[in-house]
Each structure stands twice: as C-alpha cells, then as structure tokens.
Design a binder for this molecule. Structure first.
Ligand code: NAD
Length: 481
C-alpha cells in the first residue's frame, strides 16, 4: 500500500500525550499508512477563552480528513465550557457510538471471563439534545427528543454491524412501559428492522432488568443497541465489567466522518509518570485502521497486543503478581507490542478483520399521518396548593368555546377532577383542554383559550398542542387518568 490516509490527531491532556505517543509508535511499526495532521484541543484551548475547546483551524483539518484520532482531554469545571466530545459528535454528525467490551481472562482479572459485548449507542438525540428549561420556582425540565429516522438509522447500524462482524444477536433496551411514545417508537422501529435480518436473533428488554442481567450474566449478550443516555451509562458499566476501563476503545461513526478514542478520561493523577495503559487508545487505533480500509494492519496490531497480554507484560492498572510476568510503563508496553508484531495469541481468540464494507444505513421517509388537533395542554405557574380551587377557576373562567377542561395534572399526576391529593404538589400545573369527542380544535380556538387563561389572572409558562395521528393520541395520559 502506498497511499497514505490523512487523519487528524489530538494529543489531548493528562495522560493523553504519553498514550498517543505510544499508540502512534505501534501503529507506525505495524505498517499503518497515515498522514498525520496534529491539532490542539482541550484544556489549553479552553483556558485561552475558546469555550468549545477547539479552534476554527482545527475544524478545517477535521473537515478535510474526516477521521479524528483523539486522546482524552480534560474539561475544566465551571466557566461555561462545552464538552468537546458532544460538540464534535454533533458538528460531524457522528450518530453512532460503538464500544466493544471484551474480557481477556485469565490474563486480565474479571468476574466475567466469557464477556464479549458490543454496545451501539445512538449519539445525537435523547436528553443529549440539551434542550432544557426552568419553568417555575420549583420545576426544571429536560426534553427527551427521539426521532423515528434517527432511531431507524442507529438500529440498522447495529444490525448491519452484527451481520458484517458475524455476530448472532442484537438486543434492544428501552423503557417503553413508561415512555410509551419516545421509547415506544425506538422499540417499534427495532421490531420492524429486525424482520429484515432473519439470520440474526433479536430481543427486547426493559432497560432496568436488561442492565441487571448485563451486570450479572454479560455473556448472554452480543450486540446491544440503545438510546443515548442508556448507552452512556451501560457502556461504562460494561467496560468496567470486562475488567478494563483502561483497555477499551470506541468509535464514533457518522456519514463520511468518524472519531476514535479510548473510553477513559485524561487521568490527571497519573499523568507524566509513564504508568498509564495505552491499550484503550491503541484499540481505538485498531477500529480506525479497519474504518480506513487498513484491516491487515489492524489485524497484525491487534494480535500482537493480545500476545503481549498473554505473555503477562502488563501496565500497573492490570498488573497482578499471580498471573502477570512483568510490570511495564506506557512506552515499554508499546515496545513489547512492537516486538510481537507478526505473532498471534495462543489462547485468546485471534483478531480477524476481513475487508470492511462501509456500513450503509438508510432512513426510510416517514409517511405523513392524518394529523388532527384535538386540544391543548397549558402549563401554568400557580402557587396555590388546592387543585379543586384551580380546577373550578379553569372551568368557570377558561373552558368553553368548544374546549372543555379534561383534567389538571401536577408532576405527572392527575389531581383534578377526583385526583390524588396526598402527593406533593409543586407550583407547576398542566391544564388539559380537549374538544368534544370526534371534534377538532383549530389554532384560533387555542389562542382565544390562552387569552382567557391570562384574563383569569394565571401565569402561562408554556403550551403543547394535542394531536391525533391517524386517530392515535400523540400525547401521554396523566398518571391516574
Ligand atoms: P478517568 O477515566 O480519567 O480516570 C478514572 C480512573 O481510571 C482513574 O483512577 C485513572 O487513574 C484510571 N485510568 C483511566 N485511564 C487509565 C489508563 N489508560 N491507564 C491506567 N489507569 C487509567 O476519569 P475521571 O478521573 O473521571 O476524569 C478525568 C478527566 O478526564 C476529566 O477532566 C474528564 O472531563 C475527562 N474525560 C475526558 C474524556 C474524553 O476526552 N473522552 C472522557 C472521560 C473523562
């Protein structure tokens, strides 16, 4: 191979520079054909007043290479600094986060010797859309935003990944028994896409019991596909269960761009001491090599790394006198891997990467539904504590003109009419007005209703339109309704 692939490299903060130096040495020795474009991101950049942690010229490099090999960075606390990871994912449209979590028993201590799980996490939506409001003195709100096309894309990615990598099963975790709409659509799309992959087993679990099973018997899982927040939590748990927070790499994949990094942070406490384990970044490098079509180099490097682990050449984080042979520093570990290039592990499963095909995922255009406006939820800030007084005021002064008061809710609980009143009542109330069954409400009716709310002396915080989509409610019922 003569053509070098341009990649953007960031040495990062804390242990970043030492593990990046070690990893690049191994990649080069393994024969990787890379043209490096080094950029500065992270702490220095933040402290120079750039709140995103990345300067415009660094963006220019990323736009050119579309491949980012990134060491961990330190995000300074406070000061309005934005997470560089979240910014990079959003700007480059990196919708998929893939984290393999593998045990290397008996060479690395773990309670789960047979674990080999890949977590595929949606990377752009969910609560990470970062849409938040403070609505009243007492109430704060985060919006969980889930799209059908975004769900389809990540779920297809998980199945395509499984197919390309000879995986047998894809499991989906949601909480659709509670979030029937946002998690409900993710589960529904999962069932629809699974049908197109008959050779791959598919299963769905509620996320709480799924997480408990993952912690207890990770070997029953293969590929797991999840929304953003569940994925964030579960992938850290899974990496730790494999016994190796310092050893796992991850990829963030988008349309025509990708970022590769270790899953751990910049570990400032051990920075500059040459003790950090470079394996996480090295494994991210392997994922990168496969992504850019240098699978033969990835395979050589991965197998030499497995052999190094088998030979008991271990950094301090995984060193255990009962089965390690030699305690080494960061650069010595890299040397040991380089010495073993060309070798294969004897007991651990050797790595094998065929020529990869880019994972094509499509988003099926959503067929427009018949949408009918049937009412409105008006949120108000109201300091009174008696739902009956509020309910009667709304019935007397606000309802009418084709919109009747359906219920008043507080913290997701129906409190009027005949609601629960033992629960704590906050200063934030949901007042639901509906048109008569079979009737629709037009926007002017809603505006006139809002005006009556104001005239009644109540403080409007926000409102939500209530729609039926092909006759199905596009809104949740209050608990107790
Ligand atoms: P951390 O992952 O840096 O450290 C957690 C623990 O694991 C520490 O005990 C550390 O010494 C150990 N550890 C981590 N990597 C290791 C390695 N390669 N070898 C040996 N031991 C290792 O998490 P933290 O302490 O919560 O965060 C430190 C900083 O890193 C914070 O500023 C945080 O914002 C940042 N961070 C960055 C990223 C990223 O850039 N992707 C990810 C997570 C955290």
């Amino acid at each position: 191979m003569t053509n070098k692939t341009p990649i953007t490299v960031a040495y990062g903060d804390g242990i970043g520079p030492e593990i990046m130096t070690a990893s690049l040495r191994v990649l080069e020795a393994a024969g990787a054909q890379l043209e490096l474009d080094v950029i500065e991101v992270g702490e220095q950049v933040y402290r120079s007043g750039v709140t995103s942690g990345i300067r415009p010229e660094a963006w220019a490099s990323l736009r050119r290479t579309r491949v980012f090999y990134k060491a961990p960075i330190t995000t300074p606390l406070g000061g309005g600094y934005k997470s560089l990871n979240v910014t990079t994912r959003k700007m480059l449209g990196l919708y998929s986060n893939v984290r393999p979590c593998v045990s290397y028993s008996p060479y690395v201590r773990t309670k789960h010797p047979a674990m080999d799980v890949v977590i595929v996490r949606e990377n752009e939506e969910d609560l990470y859309a970062g849409i938040e409001y403070r609505h009243s003195d007492e109430v704060y709100k985060s919006i969980k935003l889930i799209t059908r096309p975004g769900s389809e894309r990540i779920i297809r990615y998980a199945f395509e990944f499984a197919r390309q990598n000879g995986r047998r099963k894809v499991t989906c975790f949601t909480k659709d028994n509670i979030m029937k709409l946002s998690d409900g659509v993710f589960h529904k799309v999962f069932e629809e896409v699974a049908v197109e992959y008959p050779e791959i087993e598919s299963e769905h679990m509620i996320v709480d019991i799924g997480a408990a099973r993952l912690a207890d018997t990770p070997e029953m899982f293969d590929v797991i596909v999840v929304q953003n927040l569940y994925g964030d939590i579960l992938s850290d748990i899974a990496a730790q269960l494999a016994g190796s927070v310092g050893m796992a790499g991850s990829s963030n994949i988008g349309l025509g761009a990708a970022m590769f990094e270790a899953i751990h942070g910049s570990a400032p406490m051990i920075a500059g001491k040459d003790v950090a384990n470079p394996s996480g970044l090295l494994m991210a490098g392997v994922l990168m090599l496969v992504h850019i079509g240098q699978s033969d180099v990835a395979e050589r490097l991965h197998n030499a790394w497995l052999k190094t682990l088998e030979d008991g050449i271990h950094t301090a984080d995984i060193y255990d006198p009962s089965h390690s042979h030699e305690l080494v520093g960061t650069q010595e570990f890299a040397e040991a891997v380089i010495e073993r290039l060309g070798s294969k592990p004897r007991h651990l499963k050797p790595a094998h990467y065929g020529q990869p095909k880019p994972i094509e995922t499509r988003m099926t255009p959503v067929t427009p539904s018949k949408r009918e406006r049937v009412g409105v939820d008006v949120y108000i800030q109201y300091a009174g504590k008696d739902p009956v007084i509020l309910g009667q005021l709304l019935e007397a002064k606000v309802a009418g003109d084709g919109l009747a008061l359906d219920m008043v809710g507080n913290r997701g609980l129906k409190v009027y009419p005949q609601g629960v009143t033992e629960a704590y009542l906050s200063d934030h109330w949901r007042c639901r007005f509906l048109a008569a069954p079979g009737e629709q409400a037009d926007q002017r009716q809603v505006l006139r209703l809002m005006e009556r709310v104001v005239k009644a002396g109540l403080q409007v915080v926000s409102s939500e339109g209530l729609f039926l989509f092909d006759g199905q409610p596009g809104y949740s019922l209050e608990q107790g309704q």
